[in-house]
Design a protein around this ligand. Sequence first.
Ligand code: SF4
Length: 363
Amino acid sequence: MNDHDEVIMKPVCAPRRITRQISVGGVTVGGDAPVRVQSMTTTKTGDSEATIQQIKELATAGAEFVRVTVNDQAAADALPWIMANVNVPLVADIHYDHKLALAALTAGIAKLRINPGNIGRKEHIREVAAAAADKNVPIRIGVNKGSLHRRYEEMAKLDPAGAMVQSAVDEIETLAAVGFHDVAVSLKSSHPGEVVAACRRFAEISDVPQHLGVTEAGTLLAGTSISISAMSVLLSEGIGDTVRISLAADPVYEVTAAFHMLQSLGLREGFARVVACPTCGRVEVDVVALATRVEELARDLPANRIISVMGCIVNGPGEAKAADLGIAAGRTKVAIYRNGELHRNISKDDLEEVLVEEIERLK
Ligand code: SF4
């Protein structure tokens, strides 16, 4: 552990709020469980081979459970085969048709997500709750401001966060009335301020675990930035039990971004830190390509490792002091630092080979 580790790993958040704990196929959420990372497939669930492939990619990236849409019978029919071929718990995303929720439960799904704005009549919800209770399957009440039930429309015009919270509270009561308490809640909007307000207000009145997310956040860079800005506020206040960064991009990025966020806040261990200079006119190497390659090679390193990639020798020695491995490019040579000390100068032609060797040493 060096000075840099201290800065990165020191928690910057208030203590986590203690929520009631649920289990998603054996993965605990809430209570004393770490903040969980989840994502959602973008394939047609009925295309089981494509869905299996994407779930495996998400699991490899670190997703602890994965949501799939169950929007038609073909999707419901594909679930048993998909579940037999992946090793993370799956969550069925249900809109409109409670029969698909029942089909997903029959197939052995680990969790349901229902949208209270469109799931329909209370007796349908009660039927789903009875079947879920029978199988010990939790339900996430996924409130989305864009699809609130019409009974909250007027309230939403004046107080959108309040309308979202009220929708969640009413749905929790509907389930509680039939003895079902195994729930989580999400309060999503595409507006980060509304997400923060709704989640804070809900946290004041309920111990139900919260899944955080800004819905339809946008493309890779914009969506990541917007999501993290909202979630960091909430997480720093101890609010949030699972997260999803919803991106219009390959969902593997959702998982990577979530771990970077949680690691930066001291809430989870993620990846080894690759410090990379932004480059300037002094640069002597393609830093973007080099840092990207280092990130790839460093994926399996312990999370407390630090590697610095500097485009010239100006800041190379300084950054290398705080790193396990430092790389600083010169005109023809590259300086390699180990634990802050200059270890050797190598030819640029040997850089790939040396990187592989030096990063392997850090495992
Ligand atoms: S390390 Fe060198 S190339 Fe990178 S930003 Fe600093 S001065 Fe520029």
